[in-house]
Write a protein that binds this ligand. Sequence first.
Ligand code: 3H9
Length: 699
Amino acid sequence: MTNVVTYTLQGTIGVIKINNPPVNALAQVVRQGILDAVTAAQKDASEAIVIACEGRTFIAGADITEFGKPPKAPGLPEVLSAIENSTKPVIAAIHGTALGGGFEVSLACHYRCAIASAQVGLPEVKLGLLPGAGGTQRVPRVAGVKAALEMITSGNPVDAISAKKMGLIDEVIAGSDLLACALAYAGDLVESGAPLKRIRDITIDPASVEPGFFDKARKDQAKRARGQIAQDRIVSCIEAALALPMDKGLERERELFKELVTSPESAAMRHIFFAERQAAKIKDLPADTPTRSIKKVAIIGVGTMGGGIAMCFANVDIPVVMVEVNSEALNRGLGIINKNYSITVQKGKLPAEQMQKRLDLITGTTDYGAIGDVDLVIEAVFENLELKKEIFARLDKACKPGAILATNTSYQDVDAIAAATGRPQDIVGIHFFSPANVMTLLEVVRGAKTANDVLATTMLIGKKIGKVCALSRVCYGFIGNRMLGGYGREAQMLLLDGCTPEQVDSALEKFGMAMGPLAMGDLAGLDVGYKARQARTDLPDDPKLFRMGTVLVEMGRHGQKTGAGFYKYDPATRARMSDPEVESLIKAEAKNLGIEQRRISEQEIIERCLYPLINEGARILEEGIAQRSSDIDVVYVYGYAFPTAKGGPMHYADHVGLKNVYDKINEFRGRYGEQYWKPSALLEKLAAQGKTFAEWESD
Ligand code: 3H9
């Protein structure tokens, strides 16, 4: 028997203990260990068998690192059959998170008990998969078809108490010693002669769903999960649970699981799972780098951004002082925070007393003298370097030694801001994405002099407020906004070349982007980019560059906020509508510029918009601005709604093949000019070597 799984007799109960840190994933040794233990228990003096885990959680699923590699026996279904066919009752004792294959192990057991804080769930869909070890067949048999469909297509876990109500857990343990309670529970089951309850023996009532239920479910899922196939296959599996006997249903589930596990969507989503965890690690910082304690935060500027940032901290019980120039601005800002929380309460997502508790944590001042005791300051005023420098010089005087002074700039030079203080080691960039209380990404910007403990603290506090952090060095726009330049540029160039705004946006939306680039421009405000361009001196002198954006802004069409931009917007519903006036304007501008318009394929739209992202991403890697190509993917998936099922721009490039990307960029270089389409040296090198970004990094 393996070390990670032990089997002992405790009185008359056999105890299978799994100890495979950090999350007891079902690696081959674990599967083999459980199989051996269950087999051994059939022949010994035990009267029942308890399966429990050491460490922070019950089994959190299959070992995701094994997917995409040749399978190793025993497979999980074989282990589950052994459990289910045990002649003695098998009881799962759950703490932490029983997820995916881990929850499926428990569903093959005859009984499940859990401590109240435990959660159970089938999150496979978040990896582009479906539960491949009976989850889609057993959950509907216990919880019903509708609840199963919701649980498996959302991938969201449920707590032990709700799981008991759904029938998924038999007993919620009141005591704190799970194993002792589970042993007592097993003893009671033996004593009372409890039957071997096998979920497979339950029949689902066909009348529990109305005719056409599965067709509707498929359509709903297709809308919810653009570009993903797992949701559709999950519906098929649950349909099979209703229509077929258990073994046939399991066969169907297996067949569809195999399809998904080899799909590019799942490979991309698994890539993002690991990329997200990797991004939190700073290569040259030891894991035990000391951190500073953050007990109180100040935010300079109570605009939309500052208010959203304040909510992030109040949500995790950290007091926040908001600083504004006058009490009018302060009260307006605090009012917006209040309104935002009220909306959440109205939606039923936050109890009213919680809202008050959070609001009580947010106070305001117009006096820098009042922030002498804070541990972290985040400056969130508008993008003006001189203003930011002035604020940091004031902060330098007002804040205690050791306080971390962060700027939420999206573009500006963090080193220049740091130089305005006498403590550049304490300055860091913390770039939130709007709305800050909703968006997951945090770009952490490392200045030339930022101290290691400041960086380690920033990554930690980012995680604490529920963000996914990625590290960037200083450059104009950091990772995300720097790359975005070429994406927006081409979206507008395509208009002059013959596309309508709808054609550009719908090609990218079909690709999986949550919103096309032109609709996104309208949402953010076309005047924002316009002003940013006017402040730059490094842009090429090209009348085609961002031409339509400029024309529209100068006509007063600033996007959604003025009711019109690239589109018209319904004043009541904000629904976007195509605007023949814009189409005529585009034609007229193209004519003025001597551009002969033509029909452009969806493929070209995607390549012209996405390949500049990849090319700039390669430069960002070359220059060491990003630590890894997977960090760039994290930035795009969590900050710019790049489809997870495509794995981020760099993973997507690896999937398309860097040689193909390089050749296409060269073709565009010939057609549209050197200044926009010069391939990066790294891309050129990897294309010649036939390598991927991922392979280059692991060299
Ligand atoms: C499945 O089960 C398919 C079956 O239906 C069918 C099979 C036939 N495998 O997230 P953390 C690593 S699909 C391998 O930071 P937390 C993770 O990379 C699976 N490694 O901790 C990290 O490594 P590192 C269904 C895994 O406390 C470390 O563990 N299950 C796995 O914030 C700590 O992770 C899931 O999708 C894994 N399954 O959160 C659950 N899980 O330290 C996926 C984690 O080197 N896991 N690692 O960076 C999670 O959701 C979270 O990890 C969990 C803990 C909530 C469990």
